[in-house]
Design a protein. Structure first.
Lengths: 260, 273
């Protein structure tokens, strides 16, 4: 496996609060790595470190051998809050990354409709975000990220604020898109099922400050279809991750009781 | 100060009936006021005091500039005032946006300037006219300066408020797509602050007209303010009232234009955020 992203001894502190430490992780060129952990474990912060939005307190992150010091080229993020600009139409939101990247008019005219089509939003080019459902807004966010033709896609709990049915549809659409153009993907989620469904490997963060508790190879076949959800292997991995995290959740609950 | 319009269009279930009724009530109120004015002045005031009938009679020759030689002409005055008002609005808008954005995005600029901008906003800037006549003489520059300042302050403070309330995640998204600082200022902070900017612009319109007219009173400049002052003092009250009503009309028209601009520029701004 060729590592595209190398995370080497990374730690992050906010003042006295240590969020995570000693994170070592490598993510391949055509690999989806899910990061799962209890809320507050710093998985989103870790993702921001990979995109150079947050500077690690220790250690370093390299993408294609280059140390990350700011948002690197070829890396795109899909945000939990969608991050669409309400004054821009779907078309303009999708074009945003390309325009900032200095793409030519021809490139934009070619790429934007293609990606709007790819995420199934044809006909909504002129709609404003407030006119779209949450699922459609995140489709727009995904199209905006993919339009910049990234080789690393960072997903920050992208489907967390989307209703359950739409979420499942989007999960499989994302998998379908990934199958057609595989790339490095880091998929942060608090949903164990989602982590197992998406990932080639599932990284479990645990502890306070958190660190990599376990990395699990899902060993599920690609392309992944809905059949995966009912396979014995899927259930086995899910139960395994579940037991790892449940222990942690119970402990946190107990600590909270003591504080009260 | 930051009275941001929360809804751009209101759904009206009984649009036609209610609208017609409202217009009727509005007209009826106007008629009652005009009749009361006419009767009160006709029977209780000296004959030179303007009343609707004499104003209506003065209207044609005022609008046709048929005034005694040596007296200010109406359209010349109106042109001077409106020109100064629009120049001041343009200058104030541009400066207000730039300074407001700078104060909103740079903490140093905020600390340096905001106290003074707020203080100027709170004080009646008309009080500065006599000082300015010392600086600029009894010239149109005084009017332009006071009008520009009057437009600048509300625009600046509103853009500042808008920029300060910019959701942090917009900036994060922009940075993630390699935005430079100017992309964030003019591509993110400014459009996100547009509802605030337009609210500030409405305030600016009112302040600009007040500032222009009062500057003309004090500095004796060609303009509607001086037209009103001159005709008032020379017992041409009906002529004076034409200018007063024109100013009222101007305010209404510019506000209506601001409404249209709001609807055109903010199709995305429907919900309170």
């Amino acid at each position: 496996m060729n590592a595209r992203i190398k995370i080497d001894g990374v730690a992050k502190q906010f003042g006295d609060l240590s969020v995570f430490h000693d994170i070592d992780l490598e993510i391949g060129e055509r690999e989806i790595v899910s990061i799962v952990g209890p809320s507050g474990c710093g998985k989103t912060t870790l993702l921001r470190c990979i995109d150079g939005l947050v500077e690690p307190s220790a250690g370093e992150i390299r993408i294609d051998g280059a140390k990350v010091v700011g948002p690197p080229k070829g890396v795109a993020v899909v945000f939990q809050h969608f991050g669409l600009f309400p004054w821009k139409t779907v078309y303009e939101n999708v074009a945003y990354g390309l325009r900032l990247g200095g793409a030519s008019k021809e490139q934009i005219r070619e790429s934007v409709p293609r990606h709007i089509e790819l995420v199934g939003l044809r006909g909504f080019e002129k709609a404003y975000p407030y006119q779209l459902s949450g699922g459609m807004q995140q489709r727009t966010g995904l199209a905006r990220a993919l339009a910049t033709d990234p080789h690393v896609l960072l997903m920050d709990e992208p489907f967390a604020s989307i209703d359950a049915q739409t979420r499942e549809i989007l999960q499989f659409e994302l998998l379908r898109i990934w199958d057609s153009r595989p790339m490095s993907m880091v998929f942060v989620t608090h949903s164990i099922e989602e982590a197992v469904l998406m990932g080639d490997r599932v990284v479990v963060l645990r502890g306070r400050p958190s660190s990599v508790h376990e990395v699990i190879e899902t060993g599920l076949p690609r392309p992944r279809t809905r059949d995966v959800l009912s396979s014995p292997r899927f259930n086995e991995v899910r139960e395994h991750v579940w037991s790892r995290l449940m222990h942690e959740a119970e402990q946190a609950e107990r600590e909270l009781q003591e504080v009260r | 100060m930051s009275a941001v319009p929360h809804e751009v269009t209101l759904a009206r279930p009984f649009q036609l009936g209610a609208g017609a009724q409202r217009a009727l009530i509005r007209i009826a109120t106007g008629v009652v006021l005009l009749v009361a004015w006419e009767l009160l002045v006709r029977y209780f005031a000296p004959p030179f005091v303007a009343r609707p009938v004499t104003v209506a009679r003065a209207l044609p020759h005022v609008l046709a500039n048929h005034l005694p030689p040596g007296t200010p002409t109406f359209w010349g005055a109106a042109g001077a005032t409106v020109t100064a008002a629009f120049e001041g609005l343009a200058i104030g808008l541009l400066a207000g946006v730039l300074v407001g954005l700078t104060m909103g995005r740079l903490r140093t600029a905020d600390r340096l300037l905001r106290f003074y901008v707020s203080a100027f906003f709170a004080m009646p800037i008309i009080a500065l006219v006599p000082v300015m006549t010392l600086w600029f003489g009894y010239t149109g520059t005084v009017r332009l300066a006071i009008v520009s300042l009057g437009a600048f302050l509300p625009v600046c403070l509103n853009v500042y408020d808008g920029t300060r309330s910019l959701p942090a995640h917009y900036v994060e998204v922009a940075r993630s797509y390699h935005a430079h600082w100017w992309n964030v200022w003019f591509g993110i902070a400014l459009p996100a602050s547009l509802p605030y900017l337009l609210a500030g612009f409405r305030l600016a319109v009112g302040r600009v007209l007040v500032a222009a007219v009062i500057a003309e009173y004090i500095v004796s400049l060609k303009g509607l303010g001086y037209f009103i002052l001159y005709d008032g003092r020379t017992f041409h009250q009906p002529e004076m009232m034409v200018a007063v009503l024109f100013l009222a009309l101007l305010g209404v028209v510019v506000n209506a234009a601001a409404d249209v601009a709001t609807r055109r520029l903010l199709p995305w701004y429907r919900r309170s955020e």
